[in-house]
Design a protein around this ligand. Structure first.
Ligand code: NGQ
Ligand code: ZN
Length: 458
């Protein structure tokens, strides 16, 4: 990570690890962590004066970066019933056309947009490993390297989750042609992990890994990977997203996918269960008790017609969740949080669902749970602004009328439920400004490269 001079940020309101504080001076050390927090302070010469309230940057815990290129292109009805599975066919056709250069450009532009929406870190669930037809690149980490390069260029922190993918369905079914670029043997996958370990150690990156889904790996393969991969990073898996997957899981093992996973795998706080949409009452309790994070991707889950995760019941058991933008039909963190809450309201025909008790701000509780869950799922030791934590923060725009008229939790409620991305002004990651006054240093170059890639692909 780049070293830079120590500096101080002064802000009249900051959401610290222990709540809102006023007149706060945050000192940031040369390694990008917070070295001192003083509230009731006065600004000093040389301080950077924040142009509005300061909040911690969120983690985007689930991304398939290349899918940003097809956002909005799967919205025409087909001959039969449109579903998750017909969307997936469209997605596989896009996969077939992408070069490493394309992936790097799309990911860089996406990560710049994520920063501008208040995310400071992304979990890249990366399964596009090989060239067309499944031919391995000379460098087995070619595509993973492009993701690391995109994250590094944009300045976002990344938790890279190389994905093990070997089958088309439960029971070890042979993969189909559309999946050829994803496929590994266990040994090849472990070799990829070995290649990536030193490459992620030198940048703002954390290495974990993923099993694509219970459809894509057999129990033996999962056990082999868990036994061989060091327990250092987080483990992610897609599970129970669609009713069709639940039915296929039942047909295969007589058990529902989440029940099977919780019975057979050592699910604990190191795991992140992506979607978990179709969780029954018992599964909701068991996930919560395991300490695993559920990775909710509300805009994608809505887009794909997945269903509504029982988040209120899950929270009642102390369950942990974070948010992800997954297929990137939206990149907005405030929109993910808002839609998560609105799904629960639409189901229940009630208001203000995801709060931890009476008299609490919906925006604050959504934000705090997603902040902690996102950090846990991306293998970060702490969440929130405090001494020793990374200086990953967002300045909301104090000149925006909604923000200017708000203080404390109302700032979050106004941002999430009324103003959205317009409220995000500046973003710092690991102590360095990445977005200033809504501008990123790569804006011109990456916009142009991205436009060219989109034109060529479409
Ligand atoms: C994916 N995406 O791997 O990109 C999946 C779809 C699948 C989402 N589930 C493919 N949103 O699950 O087989
Ligand atoms: Zn996904």
């Amino acid at each position: 990570m780049a070293e830079h001079a120590a500096h101080r940020i002064f802000a009249s309101q900051v959401l610290l690890g222990n709540g809102w504080a006023t007149d706060v001076a945050l000192s940031v050390g040369p390694n990008g962590t917070i070295t001192e927090v003083e509230s009731g302070a006065s600004p000093r010469a040389g301080d950077t004066i924040a142009a509005g309230p300061v909040i911690p940057a969120l983690s985007n815990l689930h991304s398939h970066a290349f899918q940003r290129a097809m956002a909005g292109l799967a919205e025409v009805s087909g001959r039969g019933e449109d579903s998750f599975w017909t969307w997936r066919d469209t997605m596989y056709r896009m996969v077939d056309r992408l070069s490493p250069d394309d992936v790097e450009v799309v990911a860089t532009r996406l990560y710049v947009d994520m920063l501008k929406c208040g995310y400071g870190r992304v979990g890249e669930f990366h399964y596009l490993h090989h060239d067309r037809g499944g031919v391995a690149y000379a460098d087995r980490a070619e595509m993973s390297g492009r993701i690391i390069a995109a994250a590094t260029a944009s300045g976002i922190g990344v938790t890279l989750l190389p994905v093990f993918y070997a089958h088309a369905n439960f029971g070890g079914a042979a993969p189909n042609d559309g999946q050829s670029r994803f496929i590994h043997t266990v040994d090849d996958f472990l070799a990829l992990m070995d290649t990536l370990r030193p490459r992620t150690a030198v940048v703002n990156a954390t290495l974990g890994f993923a099993i694509h889904s219970l459809r894509a790996a057999t129990p033996d393969e999962m056990h082999a990977i868990l036994a061989a991969a060091p327990g250092e990073g987080p483990i992610h898996i897609h599970v129970a997203e669609q009713q069709g997957e639940v039915d296929a899981g039942l047909a295969w093992s007589g058990r529902r996918p989440l029940g099977w996973l919780l019975d057979e795998m050592p699910v604990d706080r190191n795991w992140c269960l992506i979607h978990a949409t179709h969780a029954d009452t018992n599964e909701v309790q068991r996930i919560a008790a395991s300490g695993a994070v559920v990775g909710l991707c509300p805009t994608t889950e809505a887009s794909l017609g997945d269903g509504i995760f029982p988040a209120t019941a899950f929270r009642a058991h102390g369950g942990r969740f974070g948010i992800g933008s997954d297929s990137h039909v939206s990149v907005s963190s405030s929109e993910e949080l808002r839609l998560l809450e609105y799904g629960q309201r639409l189901r229940d025909e009630r208001r203000v669902r995801l709060v931890d008790g009476p008299g609490r701000s919906n925006g604050r509780d959504l934000f705090e749970v997603a902040l902690a869950g996102g950090a846990q799922a991306l293998g970060q030791p702490t969440a929130g602004l405090k001494v020793g934590a990374a200086a990953d923060l967002v300045v909301l725009d104090g000149n925006d009328a909604f923000i200017a008229a708000a203080d404390g939790d109302t700032v979050l409620d106004r941002w999430i439920f009324a103003r959205g991305d317009h409220a995000v002004r500046d973003v710092m990651v690991a102590g360095a400004w990445q977005v200033q006054d809504r501008r990123h240093r790569l804006d011109e170059t990456i916009d142009q490269a991205f436009a060219e890639v989109l034109k060529r692909l479409c």
